[in-house]
Design a binder for this molecule. Structure first.
Ligand code: PA5
Length: 449
């Protein structure tokens, strides 16, 4: 079986000779600390060996629940935010037909995502769309108290019960949450919903290989065993005994830190040339942003979809402030085969491309852009993925997880907490006069006078 690979040569040329090698001891120490559980946030390392430890029987159970939801629903709404939805959405959008809503086959429910915003129009429009459709709900929240998800679940539960009756609604509502605590757990136990547990030691953004990712992905009809196989193979390929120069996660972590510390590159742009990968970048942004952005440190993770964004952000990347580097996810073989058409009139002058694979044109856009950006002072790394399927996406996601664990430790932060995300919640609750926030409400009102 092939593997994803990493080319760092066009990033290394921006660093002094030996600069990447200098990170080897730090990277090794970070890997040791992860393995030995001696790093900061060591109570959140359950993701590290998750792929290789998942039992086939557990995947069978997830598939059985997915099968039942698929039988009973035309639409399955996944309610979750951040780590509780981005992994599933990333995998599903990478694998499904780009126009899935137009070509949906009978027996394949649409998997849609909500609970990730507080948009009144969004939620009301969702209700309108669900009113006359058989829908089910996967409610995902580790804490069980996240406002966006809890609000959405209230609306969906009510609508589902009105539509199917309370008894039947139970068969199409699944909760994925903490084993014991939180509102989602209490509600699920009270109502008798099927539940899956998010392990205590797996944080939201590292949870794609738990039921958080697996159940929605299986509901969309994709092969979760192949996904886990890919992740488990990458777990082996990036283990601490793999030599530094052969370990792509160690290399990626080292280059990022070297570019940040030695070359002043503060922004990493994750680039793809396949629109299906948009949500892989969204998932990656959360993974690295929430893991590394703390103590006033950390690379800012950004993303672009090329060639689309070359017509909007291309100018900035080529000639703006030189504080950026790019990491390109390149898909070696598309799943389809389509040729550039010939045109008798050739008004656009593009007949010289007629008969070529469209992917060949895309690949030349990719290479041409890489060379132009490197010439313009933008270091460039390239992750090659043999093709888009469950197995290689499993590899890719685990590669980013382990690289993030290493990179955050090299940076010197705790990659597994997110204290900063509480600040907006505190203000929001104070502004909304949440009981228990009386002092904060008073203080914030005084600030606003
Ligand atoms: O990575 C994280 O921990 C966060 O993105 C959470 O997943 C997100 O805030 C949702 O939290 P919860 O699952 O508790 O609703």
């Amino acid at each position: 079986m092939k593997s994803i690979s990493l080319d760092i040569t066009k990033a290394a040329q921006f660093l002094k000779p030996g600069a990447i090698q200098e990170y080897e001891p730090k990277v090794k120490a970070a890997q040791e600390a992860l393995e030995n559980g001696t790093c900061p946030g060591n109570d959140f390392l359950g993701w590290l060996h998750l792929p290789s430890s998942i039992k086939p029987e557990f995947l069978d159970e997830v598939q059985t629940v997915a099968h039942s939801l698929r039988e009973m629903c035309d639409v399955i709404v996944v309610a979750g935010i951040g780590g509780s939805y981005l992994g599933a959405r990333a995998v599903i959008e990478a694998l499904q037909n780009s126009f899935a809503w137009l070509v949906r086959q009978k027996g394949t429910p649409a998997v849609v995502f909500a609970g990730n915003n507080i948009g009144e129009d969004y939620l009301s429009e969702l209700e309108d769309c669900l009113k006359d459709r058989n829908f089910g709900v996967i409610n995902i929240s580790k804490s069980g108290t996240t406002t966006e998800t809890a609000l959405t679940f209230r609306l969906l539960k009510k609508l589902c019960e009105e539509q199917r009756g309370k008894e039947t609604a139970k068969d199409v509502i699944v909760t994925i949450t903490d084993a014991k605590k939180g509102a989602a757990r209490i509600c699920a136990d009270k109502e008798g919903y099927k539940t899956f547990v998010i392990p205590d030691n797996v944080g939201g953004r590292f949870s794609v290989f738990t039921p958080v990712g697996l159940l929605p992905i299986a509901c969309a009809g994709f092969d979760i065993k192949a996904l886990i196989n890919g992740a488990a193979d990458m777990e082996r390929a990036t283990g601490k005994h793999i030599p530094f120069d052969q370990n792509i996660a160690a290399q990626y972590a080292a280059v990022r830190n070297a570019l940040y510390n030695e070359a002043g590159k503060k922004i990493e742009i994750m680039v793809n040339y396949q629109p299906k990968l948009h949500f892989i970048s969204e998932w990656w942004k959360q993974l690295f942003g929430e893991s590394e952005g703390k103590e006033h440190k950390g690379i800012f993770p950004a993303s672009c979809d090329f060639t689309t964004d070359l017509h909007s952000m291309g100018q900035w990347i080529q000639e703006g402030e030189r504080s950026i580097f790019e990491t390109v996810i390149s898909i070696e073989q598309p799943n389809r085969n389509l040729l550039f058409p010939s045109d008798e009139e050739n008004l656009d002058g593009l007949n010289f491309l007629a008969g070529k694979r469209i992917d060949e044109v895309n690949k030349m856009a990719e290479l041409g852009t890489c060379l132009a950006h490197v010439d313009g002072g933008v270091p460039n790394m390239r992750i090659s993925v043999p093709t888009l399927n469950e197995y290689y996406i499993g590899q890719l996601l685990y590669f980013f997880e382990i690289a993030c664990g290493i990179s955050g430790n090299v940076l010197g932060v705790n990659p597994f907490n997110q204290p900063g995300v509480e600040a907006y919640k505190k203000n929001m609750f104070a502004l909304l006069n949440k009981p228990g926030y009386e002092a904060e409400s008073k203080a914030i009102q005084a600030r606003l006078k």
